[in-house]
Design a protein around this ligand. Structure first.
Ligand code: GLN
Length: 289
């Protein structure tokens, strides 16, 4: 641990931001690698002569910041950490960095089930870092969840994130493509959730380089029209959901109506397009019959 004055840190921050980047990314670096949270810094900034403890020296942090600016590498991958809702999650280039707009999925689920359900079986298809499943399992200790992913390395990260965030054992991790690892849960799920890859081909080609060059294509690319995986998930969902079981999907900003049509064609009811905090129809939900 290195002792450093608040004044010195504030000056260092200003110098880094002058080179480029945003406050949020710098705060993540200082917190996850330096061990200084924004709230520590804010509460101490009234006394600039006061001292803080840094886990790594400023040159070390600056090298990471420079790499972030130079190569457009996401700061979350460089730090190996991201924050999502109240979770601190490990992330590597094997998993998508969970987005803040996706956080709303947890609120949609609590709005549907409230406190009325004691026990429930849910599955998340394509868990990546595990963010959604871990949040649900922690918030609802009586629920039992299965998180799947096609990539074994991603699944290991999700498992590690679950172990690091709790002592609970109500979440299991299965490797495989969409519904295939869930054969033994046919007709048993109360809830299935997925934030599948949904970026259409043309859009994928034009993604900013911090996304396209670093985040896993398998977690983003949804085929020609972006709906390849969403279609497969919806078509097979009736085999796995209980009667009146819910399906909750995240989709691209303009796919809500198309996803709704797919749900109608597959005999779903109570269909709704739910807006994210920017007013975009980001989620489409429905229940099987
Ligand atoms: N929301 C992510 C993005 O825009 C895409 C995630 C996904 O395809 N599921 O980068």
């Amino acid at each position: 641990m290195l002792s450093i004055s608040v004044k010195e840190i504030l000056f260092w921050k200003k110098t880094q931001l002058f080179k480029g980047g945003d406050h949020e990314s710098l705060a993540l670096l200082l917190d996850s690698v330096g061990g200084i949270s924004t709230s520590d810094l804010n509460s101490l900034s009234i006394n600039p002569e006061g001292n803080l403890y840094l886990k790594k020296n400023l040159e070390f942090l600056e090298n990471i910041w420079n790499e972030h600016l130079l190569n457009s590498s996401p700061i979350q991958y460089l730090c190996g950490i991201t924050f999502w809702r109240d979770l601190k999650l490990k992330v590597t280039e094997k998993v998508l960095i969970p987005r803040s707009e996706t956080e709303l999925i947890i609120d949609i689920v609590s709005k549907i089930f409230g406190n009325s359900v004691q026990k429930l079986l849910f599955a998340e298809l394509g868990t990546g870092s595990g963010a959604i499943s871990i949040s649900l399992a922690l918030a609802n200790p009586l629920w039992y969840g299965i998180a799947t992913d096609i990539d074994q390395d991603a699944l290991e990260i999700a498992r590690e994130n679950f172990i690091n965030s709790s002592q609970q054992s109500n979440l299991k991790f299965y490797c495989g493509n969409w519904w295939s690892p869930l054969e033994s849960f046919k007709g048993k799920l109360d809830l299935a959730i997925s934030n599948p890859p949904y970026i259409p081909k043309d859009t994928y080609e034009k993604l900013p380089k911090e996304v396209k060059n670093f985040e896993p294509k398998v977690a983003l690319f949804g085929g020609e029209d972006g709906l390849k995986h969403i279609r497969e998930i919806i078509q097979k969902a009736p085999l796995f959901l209980k009667e009146k079981g819910w399906l909750i999907l995240e989709n691209h900003f303009d796919q809500g109506e198309k996803v709704k049509q797919l749900l109608i064609e597959n005999k779903f009811t109570s269909i709704e397009i739910v807006k994210d905090l920017s007013g975009i129809g980001r989620f489409t939900i429905g229940r099987y019959k």
